[in-house]
Design a protein around this ligand. Structure first.
Ligand code: HEC
Length: 184
Protein backbone atom coordinates (compact mmCIF):
# COMPACT_ATOMS: atom_id res chain seq x y z
CA UNK A 1 0.00 0.00 0.00
CA UNK A 2 2.81 2.33 1.02
CA UNK A 3 4.65 1.62 -2.21
CA UNK A 4 1.55 2.43 -4.18
CA UNK A 5 1.16 5.71 -2.31
CA UNK A 6 4.82 6.59 -2.85
CA UNK A 7 4.56 5.88 -6.54
CA UNK A 8 1.42 7.95 -6.78
CA UNK A 9 3.08 10.87 -5.00
CA UNK A 10 6.08 10.59 -7.31
CA UNK A 11 3.81 10.57 -10.32
CA UNK A 12 1.92 13.66 -9.16
CA UNK A 13 5.19 15.44 -8.39
CA UNK A 14 6.52 14.61 -11.86
CA UNK A 15 3.32 15.84 -13.48
CA UNK A 16 3.48 19.09 -11.54
CA UNK A 17 7.08 19.63 -12.65
CA UNK A 18 6.18 18.90 -16.28
CA UNK A 19 3.26 21.32 -16.08
CA UNK A 20 5.43 24.06 -14.63
CA UNK A 21 8.03 23.48 -17.36
CA UNK A 22 5.38 23.63 -20.06
CA UNK A 23 3.89 26.78 -18.59
CA UNK A 24 7.33 28.41 -18.53
CA UNK A 25 7.98 27.31 -22.10
CA UNK A 26 4.69 28.71 -23.33
CA UNK A 27 5.46 32.06 -21.68
CA UNK A 28 8.82 32.22 -23.44
CA UNK A 29 7.28 31.28 -26.79
CA UNK A 30 4.48 33.83 -26.39
CA UNK A 31 7.03 36.54 -25.60
CA UNK A 32 9.04 35.68 -28.70
CA UNK A 33 5.94 35.73 -30.88
CA UNK A 34 4.98 39.12 -29.45
CA UNK A 35 8.46 40.49 -30.08
CA UNK A 36 8.26 39.30 -33.70
CA UNK A 37 4.84 40.87 -34.09
CA UNK A 38 5.92 44.17 -32.57
CA UNK A 39 8.95 44.31 -34.80
CA UNK A 40 9.42 47.90 -35.77
CA UNK A 41 12.37 48.30 -38.06
CA UNK A 42 11.57 51.13 -40.43
CA UNK A 43 13.74 51.97 -43.43
CA UNK A 44 16.11 54.62 -41.99
CA UNK A 45 16.70 56.54 -45.24
CA UNK A 46 14.44 58.19 -47.81
CA UNK A 47 13.19 56.97 -51.18
CA UNK A 48 14.86 60.02 -52.70
CA UNK A 49 18.23 59.04 -51.25
CA UNK A 50 17.84 55.43 -52.41
CA UNK A 51 16.94 56.62 -55.90
CA UNK A 52 20.08 58.67 -56.15
CA UNK A 53 22.61 56.42 -54.44
CA UNK A 54 21.41 53.00 -55.41
CA UNK A 55 18.68 52.80 -58.02
CA UNK A 56 19.90 55.38 -60.51
CA UNK A 57 23.46 54.23 -60.09
CA UNK A 58 22.83 50.54 -60.65
CA UNK A 59 20.40 51.19 -63.53
CA UNK A 60 23.05 53.22 -65.35
CA UNK A 61 25.41 50.29 -65.42
CA UNK A 62 22.73 48.30 -67.19
CA UNK A 63 21.85 51.03 -69.70
CA UNK A 64 25.38 52.15 -70.41
CA UNK A 65 26.63 48.66 -71.07
CA UNK A 66 23.56 47.84 -73.14
CA UNK A 67 24.45 50.83 -75.32
CA UNK A 68 28.13 49.89 -75.62
CA UNK A 69 29.05 48.93 -79.15
CA UNK A 70 32.22 46.99 -78.34
CA UNK A 71 32.47 43.44 -77.16
CA UNK A 72 31.97 43.30 -73.46
CA UNK A 73 34.64 42.02 -71.16
CA UNK A 74 34.11 39.26 -68.66
CA UNK A 75 34.31 41.61 -65.69
CA UNK A 76 31.87 44.00 -67.33
CA UNK A 77 29.24 41.28 -67.44
CA UNK A 78 30.12 40.64 -63.84
CA UNK A 79 29.51 44.31 -63.01
CA UNK A 80 26.06 44.05 -64.58
CA UNK A 81 25.34 40.98 -62.54
CA UNK A 82 26.36 42.83 -59.40
CA UNK A 83 24.27 45.93 -60.06
CA UNK A 84 21.27 43.96 -61.28
CA UNK A 85 21.16 42.20 -57.94
CA UNK A 86 21.18 45.54 -56.12
CA UNK A 87 18.47 46.91 -58.34
CA UNK A 88 16.31 43.80 -58.07
CA UNK A 89 16.44 44.06 -54.28
CA UNK A 90 15.78 47.81 -54.34
CA UNK A 91 12.28 47.07 -55.70
CA UNK A 92 10.87 45.52 -52.54
CA UNK A 93 12.93 47.93 -50.45
CA UNK A 94 11.11 51.01 -51.74
CA UNK A 95 7.75 49.40 -50.98
CA UNK A 96 8.61 49.63 -47.27
CA UNK A 97 8.44 53.43 -47.13
CA UNK A 98 11.20 55.61 -45.77
CA UNK A 99 12.04 58.87 -44.04
CA UNK A 100 11.00 61.23 -46.86
CA UNK A 101 7.85 63.23 -46.16
CA UNK A 102 5.73 61.36 -48.72
CA UNK A 103 7.51 57.98 -48.66
CA UNK A 104 5.05 56.18 -46.40
CA UNK A 105 2.05 57.48 -48.35
CA UNK A 106 3.59 56.46 -51.69
CA UNK A 107 4.36 52.98 -50.48
CA UNK A 108 0.68 52.36 -49.66
CA UNK A 109 -0.35 52.81 -53.27
CA UNK A 110 -0.95 49.71 -55.41
CA UNK A 111 0.49 51.59 -58.40
CA UNK A 112 3.68 52.19 -56.47
CA UNK A 113 3.89 48.50 -55.75
CA UNK A 114 3.30 47.73 -59.44
CA UNK A 115 6.09 50.00 -60.68
CA UNK A 116 8.47 48.73 -58.00
CA UNK A 117 7.78 45.16 -59.11
CA UNK A 118 8.29 46.12 -62.78
CA UNK A 119 11.64 47.64 -61.87
CA UNK A 120 12.71 44.60 -59.90
CA UNK A 121 11.57 42.19 -62.62
CA UNK A 122 13.45 44.14 -65.30
CA UNK A 123 16.56 43.99 -63.10
CA UNK A 124 16.15 40.22 -62.82
CA UNK A 125 16.05 40.06 -66.62
CA UNK A 126 19.28 42.06 -66.74
CA UNK A 127 20.77 39.61 -64.27
CA UNK A 128 19.76 36.73 -66.50
CA UNK A 129 21.20 38.53 -69.55
CA UNK A 130 24.47 39.01 -67.67
CA UNK A 131 24.68 35.37 -66.71
CA UNK A 132 24.04 34.36 -70.31
CA UNK A 133 26.25 37.22 -71.58
CA UNK A 134 23.50 38.07 -74.05
CA UNK A 135 23.56 41.65 -75.28
CA UNK A 136 20.13 41.73 -76.86
CA UNK A 137 18.51 40.34 -73.70
CA UNK A 138 20.35 43.06 -71.82
CA UNK A 139 18.96 45.72 -74.15
CA UNK A 140 15.41 44.41 -73.72
CA UNK A 141 15.85 44.41 -69.96
CA UNK A 142 17.18 47.98 -70.17
CA UNK A 143 14.10 49.12 -72.12
CA UNK A 144 11.75 47.51 -69.62
CA UNK A 145 13.70 49.06 -66.83
CA UNK A 146 13.38 52.52 -68.32
CA UNK A 147 9.62 52.08 -68.69
CA UNK A 148 9.33 51.28 -64.99
CA UNK A 149 11.32 54.38 -63.94
CA UNK A 150 9.44 56.69 -66.28
CA UNK A 151 6.04 55.24 -65.41
CA UNK A 152 6.55 55.71 -61.72
CA UNK A 153 8.11 59.14 -62.08
CA UNK A 154 5.20 60.30 -64.24
CA UNK A 155 2.76 59.19 -61.56
CA UNK A 156 4.56 60.04 -58.35
CA UNK A 157 7.68 62.08 -58.68
CA UNK A 158 7.35 65.76 -57.74
CA UNK A 159 9.07 68.19 -60.13
CA UNK A 160 11.55 69.05 -57.46
CA UNK A 161 12.60 66.11 -55.29
CA UNK A 162 11.09 66.45 -51.81
CA UNK A 163 14.49 66.56 -50.17
CA UNK A 164 16.22 68.31 -53.02
CA UNK A 165 18.57 65.38 -53.54
CA UNK A 166 19.14 64.88 -57.23
CA UNK A 167 21.48 62.66 -59.12
CA UNK A 168 23.29 65.60 -60.62
CA UNK A 169 25.87 66.67 -59.46
CA UNK A 170 26.07 65.16 -55.96
CA UNK A 171 27.36 61.71 -56.60
CA UNK A 172 28.30 62.14 -60.19
CA UNK A 173 32.00 61.57 -59.71
CA UNK A 174 31.15 58.09 -58.47
CA UNK A 175 29.48 57.25 -61.73
CA UNK A 176 30.99 55.19 -64.46
CA UNK A 177 33.80 53.86 -62.37
CA UNK A 178 33.90 51.19 -65.00
CA UNK A 179 34.52 53.64 -67.81
CA UNK A 180 36.96 52.36 -70.36
CA UNK A 181 39.53 54.39 -72.20
CA UNK A 182 38.01 56.00 -75.24
CA UNK A 183 34.51 54.65 -74.74
CA UNK A 184 31.24 56.21 -73.55
C1 HEC B 1 7.93 53.02 -57.59
C2 HEC B 1 8.27 54.34 -58.11
C3 HEC B 1 9.58 54.66 -58.68
C4 HEC B 1 10.37 53.86 -59.48
C5 HEC B 1 10.10 52.45 -59.98
C6 HEC B 1 11.54 54.64 -59.78
N1 HEC B 1 11.50 55.86 -59.16
FE1 HEC B 1 12.96 57.24 -59.14
N2 HEC B 1 11.87 58.40 -57.92
C7 HEC B 1 10.58 58.15 -57.51
C8 HEC B 1 10.10 59.25 -56.69
C9 HEC B 1 8.74 59.36 -56.07
C10 HEC B 1 11.16 60.19 -56.64
C11 HEC B 1 11.16 61.53 -55.92
C12 HEC B 1 11.46 61.32 -54.46
C13 HEC B 1 11.29 62.56 -53.66
O1 HEC B 1 11.19 63.65 -54.24
O2 HEC B 1 11.28 62.43 -52.44
C14 HEC B 1 12.24 59.62 -57.42
C15 HEC B 1 13.47 60.24 -57.57
C16 HEC B 1 14.47 59.79 -58.38
C17 HEC B 1 15.74 60.45 -58.56
C18 HEC B 1 16.21 61.71 -57.83
C19 HEC B 1 15.56 62.95 -58.32
C20 HEC B 1 16.16 63.51 -59.57
O3 HEC B 1 15.39 64.14 -60.29
O4 HEC B 1 17.37 63.35 -59.85
C21 HEC B 1 16.44 59.73 -59.48
C22 HEC B 1 17.83 60.03 -60.01
C23 HEC B 1 15.62 58.59 -59.84
N3 HEC B 1 14.44 58.65 -59.15
C24 HEC B 1 16.00 57.61 -60.73
C25 HEC B 1 15.25 56.48 -61.00
C26 HEC B 1 15.64 55.45 -61.94
C27 HEC B 1 16.87 55.47 -62.78
C28 HEC B 1 14.66 54.49 -61.88
C29 HEC B 1 14.56 53.20 -62.64
C30 HEC B 1 15.69 52.35 -62.72
C31 HEC B 1 13.67 54.92 -60.91
N4 HEC B 1 14.06 56.14 -60.41
C32 HEC B 1 12.57 54.19 -60.58
C33 HEC B 1 9.85 57.02 -57.78
C34 HEC B 1 10.29 55.92 -58.50
Amino acid sequence: MDTLKRNFTALIATLVIVMIALAALSIVLAENAQAAEDQDFPVPVSVNALMVTMIDHSAHYIWDYAALEDMMLEEEWLAIEYYSIQLAAAGPLITLGGTGELDNAWSLSPQWLGYSMDMSNAAMKALNAARLQDKSLLQNAGDELLDSCLGCHRTFKPDTPTEGVIHDPFYDQLYHLFQREGSL
